[in-house]
Design a protein around this ligand. Sequence first.
Ligand code: IMP
Ligand code: MG
Length: 187
Amino acid sequence: MSLYTPETVECNGETFNIYLTKEELEARVAELGTELAEKYEGKNPIFIGVLNGAYIFLSDLMRQVDISCEVDFLKLSSYGDEKVSSGEVTDLKDIDADIEGRNVVLVEDIVDTGLSMKYLVDKLQKKGPASIATVTLLHKTEATHHDVQLDYVGFQIPTLFVLGYGLDYAQEGRNLGQIYILDSDKD
Ligand code: IMP
Ligand code: MG
């Protein structure tokens, strides 16, 4: 249980306010886990987490998926140290597992423009899985302009920079137990 749950945090000189509480996150993650368990019962799915951002969400999500399943990770770089997407995706680590014929559940922290998720689905599709489902904790609905199918979405959020629960700002803030939003972006 995370104790790092202040109302307001400073990160890289900017102020962020609480946006999604620990309780809200726990409840939604449990719902998603139950849905996934029902869908994948008997199919031994392999969860693929996108490092670094998705590691906390994925670890909580998997513990709510009450069926036999596996996990692997890949790593992408897209945002650099900025608050806007660089528009480029770089592969930093591929999965180790052979996913040919497997049911893949691809897990992201957040979908913004949709570039990363689209890139990953196309990349994994070439490895011949039986199926790929996409899961994202957060979706910046209005910012997404790449054509990508999102099968499970935790929360639809506005186009605002968020932090915590795995999500970083220039590598800081991932260990926050809740999700915070940039103060100056608030109405
Ligand atoms: P996309 O490729 O534009 O959809 O961007 C997705 C990636 O950008 C995510 O996997 C995150 O790593 C990062 N990202 C997008 N929005 C945010 C944010 O508000 N906070 C932190 N990281 C973000
Ligand atoms: Mg990410």
